[in-house]
Design a protein around this ligand. Structure first.
Ligand code: GRF
Length: 199
């Protein structure tokens, strides 16, 4: 599986994916790492690892379309089978999503459809849920929507802060993302409506 990773920041999910590939737990090749931020620690890490790293700053483009055109040029060369969004803080246009239909996946730090959007872990604490977690899902035109591939549950403790809960969810994110990508790499799944079924 040829994989492109999009990130905007820390890049711990990207690092976990890379490590799983290095340890042969995930059968994939990272063919491009794309960041919209030059100062993202994740893109520095990609360079250190000798991966094809590209900074494509959205602020250098006049519009979302123009920015995505530049991304599309890189992808045309890299030819990924799948794109993994790993803390990528830009919304993708419907046109871009349509051109990679069911080939873009995202990770979100809650059990979707609960708590989409930003600060999902703080939303979970504020709502008083006892269980939260993370979700790897296909990307569709709606925010944190799209068929769910893998979810991992994490207990919310009485004394959790957004930070402590985020840290425990993040450990599960790293495992869930690798698990989901491994399912995609085998090709042994099908999407029926909203359901992703392993075949
Ligand atoms: C993760 O919590 C992920 O669920 C969310 O953004 C964060 C990215 O973290 N979409 P990292 O950059 O992978 O460390």
């Amino acid at each position: 599986m040829r994989l492109a990773v999009f990130l905007s920041g820390r890049g711990s999910n990207f690092a976990a994916i890379h490590q799983a590939i290095a340890e042969k737990r995930l059968h994939a090749e990272i063919v491009a790492v794309i960041s919209n931020r030059a100062d993202a620690p994740g893109i520095a890490r990609a360079r250190q690892l000798g991966l094809p790293a590209h900074v494509i700053d959205n602020r250098d483009s006049a519009s979302r379309e123009a920015h995505e055109q530049r991304i599309a040029e890189v992808l045309r060369e890299a030819r990924p089978d799948f794109i993994a969004l790993a803390g990528y803080m830009r919304l993708l246009s419907a046109t871009f999503i349509a051109s990679y239909r069911n080939r873009i996946v995202n990770i979100h730090p809650s059990l979707l459809p609960a708590f989409p959007g930003v600060d999902a872990q703080a939303q979970a604490i504020a709502h008083g849920v006892k269980i939260s977690g993370c979700t790897v899902h296909f990307v569709d035109e709606l925010l944190d929507s799209g068929p769910i591939i893998v979810q991992h549950a994490v207990e919310v403790l009485d004394d959790d802060t957004a930070e402590t809960l985020s840290a425990r969810i993040l450990e599960q994110e790293h495992e869930a993302y690798v698990e989901a990508l491994q399912i995609l790499s085998t090709g042994r799944f099908r999407i029926e409506g909203r359901r992703v079924l392993q075949t």
